[in-house]
Structures are given as structure tokens and as C-alpha cells.
Design a protein around this ligand. Structure first.
Ligand code: ITT
Length: 197
């Protein structure tokens, strides 16, 4: 079985990805499994750049084929912010609640509520990079709704649905979400790779 590293320290993400990629015959390793305990730099100005930086960091330093993901919320009226700063929009170490508070304050009295979540997965196989994107469009509400999910889920209403990401079941969110879509593309690519062998 070919080994493939998922460059995250987040065990929840790792578990989820292992389930999704179960049928590809790739053995998915986490960073801990390869002895990488350090924080991987994310210093690029774009989501694509950050995903790429993480994958190449592991490939170059640890010598494993690898993939990583980066996600951002892009709000039209805020010129695409918080974007790459989504995790630390209200400052280094900010909580999800702090970030939501900042977004709602900045969106106060703004009529254009359009926003999208974007995930980019960067896969580095034998030194060659492939990227897979997932985008979900929607709008930013004026107040929080729902308790599930994480991050900006309580204020994001995906287009065509009347539940926020924090109100819908995790199963439904996984099917329609940015990360779900990007992961599906990765799954199809890896399945095809195995069939080619
Ligand atoms: P890594 O260690 O894997 O890099 P991270 O916390 O940086 O984890 P992401 O790049 O996936 O995770 O996401 C950046 C931020 O965007 C995250 O902290 C959330 O605030 C927000 N976010 C990402 N995915 C989200 C989702 O599905 N729903 C709501 N908010 C999300």
C-alpha cells in the first residue's frame, strides 16, 4: 500500500479524511506518524499558496508524498476578507467567537451579504503538484444560528438552503461543503491513479 501524508495536526480532520479515502488503497499518515511535531509555516498571501507551501514543506523535508488543505471565508463587501486570515481574523490566538464578532461588526449595515468558502487541496506526488478546489457560495447572516460545526458556520447560510452550516447535520454539510467538494475531487484522482497501476 502506498503511503500518503495528510499535513495536519488536527486529528478530527485526519479521521474524516481517512474514512473518505479508505477505498483508494493509500495508507493515510498524519504528521505525528512521521515524527513531524513542528508547526508548518503558512506565510503565503493566497489559499492556494498556503496549501502548496504546506505540502512541499513535508515533501522536501520528510520525503513523503503528501497533501494538505487550506480554507478561507471570502466576503464580497470586505474585498475577499478574512480570506487567508480566517483563522486569526481578530488577532493571533483569536477564538471562533472573536472572529465572528469582528465580521458581524464590519458587516453592520452592509447590504451586500454575499460570501463564499473556498478550500484548496494541494497534493504533491513524486515532486509534482496537483490542486483540487471546492467552493460554496452563500451569505453572511446578521446574527448567529445553530450550534454544530465550527468557525464561521453559525453565520454562513449556503445558497439554496434555509439552514446555516451550524444548523444542518454534519453529514449534509460534508456533502455540500467546500472541503467536501475538494476532497471528492482528490478521492476521484487517487482512485484513478490506483486503477492506472
Ligand atoms: P490546519 O492546522 O489544518 O491548517 P486551520 O485551523 O488553519 O487548520 P483551515 O485552514 O481549514 O484550518 O481553516 C482556516 C479557518 O477558516 C478556520 O480556523 C475557521 O475559522 C475557518 N473555517 C475553515 N473551514 C470552515 C468551515 O467548514 N466552516 C466554518 N469555518 C471554517
Amino acid at each position: 500500500m502506498k503511503k500518503l501524508v495528510f499535513a495536519t495536526h488536527n486529528i478530527h480532520k485526519l479521521r474524516e479524511i481517512r474514512q473518505i479515502l479508505e477505498k483508494t488503497n493509500f495508507e493515510i499518515l498524519g504528521l505525528n506518524d512521521i515524527g513531524c511535531l513542528e508547526e508548518i509555516p503558512e506565510t503565503q498571501p493566497t489559499i492556494e499558496g498556503n496549501a502548496s507551501q504546506k505540502s512541499f514543506f513535508v515533501y522536501d523535508k520528510y520525503g513523503f508524498n503528501c497533501f494538505s488543505d487550506d480554507t478561507g471565508l471570502e466576503i464580497e463587501a470586505l474585498n475577499g476578507k478574512p480570506g487567508v486570515f480566517s483563522a486569526r481574523y481578530a488577532g493571533e490566538g483569536a477564538s471562533f467567537a472573536d472572529n465572528i464578532r469582528k465580521v458581524l461588526a464590519e458587516m453592520n449595515e452592509i447590504e451586500n451579504r454575499k460570501a463564499k468558502f473556498k478550500t484548496v487541496i494541494s497534493l504533491v506526488l513524486d515532486g509534482k503538484e496537483f490542486q483540487f478546489e471546492g467552493i460554496v457560495e452563500g451569505e453572511i447572516l446578521t446574527f448567529e444560528r445553530g450550534n454544530d460545526g465550527f468557525g464561521y458556520d453559525p453565520i454562513f447560510l449556503p445558497k439554496g438552503f434555509d439552514q446555516t452550516f451550524a444548523e444542518m447535520s454534519p453529514q449534509l454539510k460534508n456533502i455540500i461543503s467546500h472541503r467536501g467538494m475538494a476532497t471528492k475531487k482528490l478521492f476521484e484522482f487517487l482512485t484513478q491513479k490506483i486503477c492506472e497501476k
